[in-house]
Design a binder for this molecule. Structure first.
Ligand SMILES: NC(=O)c1ccc[n+]([C@@H]2O[C@H](COP(=O)([O-])OP(=O)(O)OC[C@H]3O[C@@H](n4cnc5c(N)ncnc54)[C@H](O)[C@@H]3O)[C@@H](O)[C@H]2O)c1
Ligand SMILES: [Zn+2]
Ligand SMILES: [Zn+2]
Length: 392
């Protein structure tokens, strides 16, 4: 089959590789009909995530048709499914609490040590996201093996357009969980850093959860326009100082909740960000944490911090004093996708959430390298690239 493989920093290629096979009784194989490139994939593309190996197949946002099932899969051939990016067993202590991204059994035994060493405990597996997260082949491919297919994939009713439901695999539940973690109360003002797919779904979700005002922050005019369409007020951080603007907009109080949907590759020529960049390029540090620092400083006293943004390593200059003295709460994590999928599928079917507005480009899987380059280098216009094998 054809699949997009990582070969190094800014080097991804569509290769011919072996077709996947059923390995465990709970597996299924799906024929991919649509798959998307994620902001998280850019962290791989830019070489920030350790334990990648040349030839690894990327992609964790995908859906398709079931073409093979193991003897303990509950799926049937021919069903259309969306697959969550988190690989979770459904039966361990954490899955029992619906904390699927904390599953104890998502990683193959020989990959457990890496996460255990860095994080203290192994995490769930992730599709197409380095050997630290299981080394699973991803879904930017013609076919993909889905472990625990009796727990993860959600069956899509006949006749529903792929583009309406594809984002159930990651960014829609991620934006939703980001807003839920912000513990929004009716009347709240919520500030969202980053108007990428995650930030834009967090904006929509925050309003649905009762926020009165949402303030979206980015520097790309088109992305800020999309946030405005959903009713957000906006700050372009290249035109206004963010902290000062937020104070003016909230009468000196600060937002009730702040959501960091930027992550470890924050842009901007801020002093702390430049220092982070130098440290990362000289292997003295890992993550660029400007946005979470700024969010903590801007949040109102007693407010809530939600951090869907991905960070991977150890950080310094974290405003721990402000965090403690202001009495803030922080919630974060890889999304517990399986937990959110059924309700969000209903919300899509009922027309309460719009997902297709996000797609700016549709391409053949063969053009995936071009898609990565565009998503990386033209973020203003390229809000989401959807790859479809056989698309012309
Ligand atoms: N927790 C999860 O399970 C999960 C799932 C998916 C994605 N993510 C993470 O969420 C983050 C966002 O994902 P995405 O797909 O929306 O990515 P994206 O790269 O498309 O969007 C990030 C946005 O942040 C903006 N930005 C950069 N620096 C900024 C700054 N200093 N202030 C304000 N905005 C700034 C960029 O201009 C861009 O629009 C990434 O870190 C991604 O890895 C987490
Ligand atoms: Zn993703
Ligand atoms: Zn589990």
């Amino acid at each position: 089959m054809r699949a997009l493989a990582w070969h190094g920093k800014h080097d991804v290629r569509v290769d011919t590789v072996d077709d996947p096979e059923i390995v465990n009784q709970r597996d299924c194989i799906i024929k991919v009909t649509a798959t998307a490139i994620c902001g998280s994939d850019l962290h791989l593309y830019d070489g920030y995530i350790p334990t990648m190996q040349a030839g690894d197949i990327l992609g964790h946002e995908f859906m398709g048709e079931v073409v093979e099932v193991g003897s303990k899969s509950t799926l049937k051939k021919g069903q259309k499914v969306v697959v969550p990016f988190t690989i979770a067993c459904g039966t361990c202590y954490h899955c029992g609490k619906h904390q699927y991204s904390a599953c104890d059994n998502g990683l193959p035994a020989d990959n457990q040590d890496i996460a255990q060493e860095i994080y203290g405990q192994p995490m769930s597996g992730l599709f197409g996201y380095s050997h630290m997260t299981g080394g699973y082949a991803g879904g930017q491919a013609e076919y993909v093996r889905v472990p625990f297919s009796d727990v993860g994939p959600i069956v899509i009713p006949d006749g529903v357009d792929d583009e309406k439901v594809l984002f159930l695999s990651d960014i829609l539940p991620t934006g939703w969980m980001a807003a839920e973690n912000a513990q929004i109360e009716p009347g709240d003002t919520v500030a969202v850093w980053g108007c990428g797919p995650v930030g834009l779904f967090a904006v929509q979700s925050a309003f649905l959860m009762g926020a009165e005002r949402v303030i979206a922050i980015d520097h790309f005019p088109h992305r800020l326009e999309l946030a405005k369409k959903f009713g957000a007020e906006t700050i372009n951080y290249e035109e206004s100082a963010v902290y000062e603007a937020l104070m003016v907009m909230t009468g000196g109080i600060g937002p009730d909740a702040v959501i960091d949907s930027v992550g470890l590759e924050a842009h901007g020529f801020f002093v702390d960000n430049v220092v982070d960049q130098i440290k990362a390029s000289t292997f003295l540090g890992t993550d660029r944490t400007h946005s979470i620092r700024q969010a903590i400083i801007a949040c109102r006293k007693g407010g809530r911090v939600s951090m869907p943004a991905v960070y991977g390593g150890f950080v310094d200059k974290f405003p721990l004093g402000a965090f403690m003295e202001k009495g803030l709460t922080l919630k974060t994590g890889q999304t517990h996708v399986q937990h959110y999928m059924p309700a969000l599928l209903n919300a899509i079917m009922e027309g309460k959430i719009d997902t297709t507005f996000l797609i700016s480009h549709r391409m053949d899987l063969e053009d995936a390298p071009k898609g990565y380059d565009m998503f990386k280098n033209n973020q203003n216009e390229v809000t989401k690239v959807v790859l479809k094998p056989g698309f012309n």
